[in-house]
Design a protein around this ligand. Structure first.
Ligand SMILES: [Fe+2]
Length: 284
């Protein structure tokens, strides 16, 4: 079956039809679609943890255990798979119940952030729990010149600590980080406009969840400018809404998009997914 790339609905994401993640010869087409669109979807293709790991490693080395991820949400025996789930087994949550419910780019606060994330859906609620993606390459291309001039050559600070302390203060049911993990959560500076290392195109590398301030700018001016930038980035035209189905694998480019997981009725429904993260380069 020939591999086709089509748009599953409104938005910039693409569905790769007829590709088998387990087949080495299909990877080139999958990778091309990933670079072209930033978010791609492969439907109706159940993946075992082993198959997901194997497929993920075609993109690059995996990120594995991180200071920002509690050990308890890693798949037993497979620390390169994070379990996103509200399933309870023997009275304990098996995964992060409330992961990613805010606009962010995965692990952007690391020196060498995540290249891409691969999420495979095993159980999904009939309603709610969508994931939204915003295309920051389109946002960068359409940025008003007046704003562009103010951020050219500038860097912004990223940290996981702020978000983590906020969700824990709000009573998040996720397992807490250890004192050693918390101490390892550093603030990192990255260029606000970055060059995609594989496509050469410019994109914005900021998000409301982890980007706290702009380097060498006073606090109020930095806050106002980030607010203006986020408003521009979150225009409906730049957003794709993914409604999950069992057997979906979504692969997104964290160098180019930010995402936001919507809530669902956790008392009534189960949402169970496996996530792998690919190691990226230092942004430039
Ligand atoms: Fe995320």
């Amino acid at each position: 079956m020939a591999i086709k790339v089509r748009h599953p609905g409104e938005g910039f994401a693409a569905e790769v039809v007829g590709a088998d993640p387990g087949r080495a010869e299909d990877f080139e087409a999958i990778h091309r679609a990933f670079l072209d669109h930033g978010v791609i979807l492969i439907r109706d293709h159940p993946l075992s943890p082993d198959a997901q790991l194997h497929f993920s490693r075609r993109f690059g080395p995996l990120m594995g255990r991180r200071p920002s991820t509690p050990d308890k949400v890693l798949m037993p025996g497979e620390p390169e798979i994070v379990v996103l789930s509200n399933r309870v087994v023997n009275g304990e949550n098996v995964g992060i119940t409330d992961a990613g419910r805010y606009w962010h780019s995965d692990l952007c606060f690391e020196e060498e952030p995540n290249l891409g994330t691969i999420v495979h859906a095993i159980e999904v609620p009939p309603t709610g729990g969508d994931t939204l993606f915003a295309d920051l390459e389109q946002a960068c291309r359409t940025l008003p010149v007046t704003i562009k001039k103010r951020i050219e050559g500038k860097r912004a600070a990223h940290t996981f600590r702020k978000h983590y302390l906020e969700v824990m203060a709000e009573g998040s049911p996720r397992p807490p980080l250890t004192p050693k993990q918390l101490a390892a959560l550093k603030e990192t500076y990255h260029p606000i406009i970055r060059t995609h290392p594989e496509t050469g195109r410019k994109t914005l590398f900021i998000n409301p969840g982890h980007t706290t301030h702009i380097e060498d700018m006073d606090e109020a001016a930095s806050r106002d400018l980030l607010h203006e930038l986020f408003e521009h980035c979150l225009q409906p035209d730049f957003i794709y809404r993914h409604q999950w189905r069992v057997g979906d694998t979504v692969i997104w480019d964290n160098r180019r998009v930010m995402h936001n997981a919507e809530p669902y009725d956790m008392e009534r429904y189960t949402r169970h997914m496996h996530r792998t993260c690919i190691h990226g380069d230092r942004p430039f």
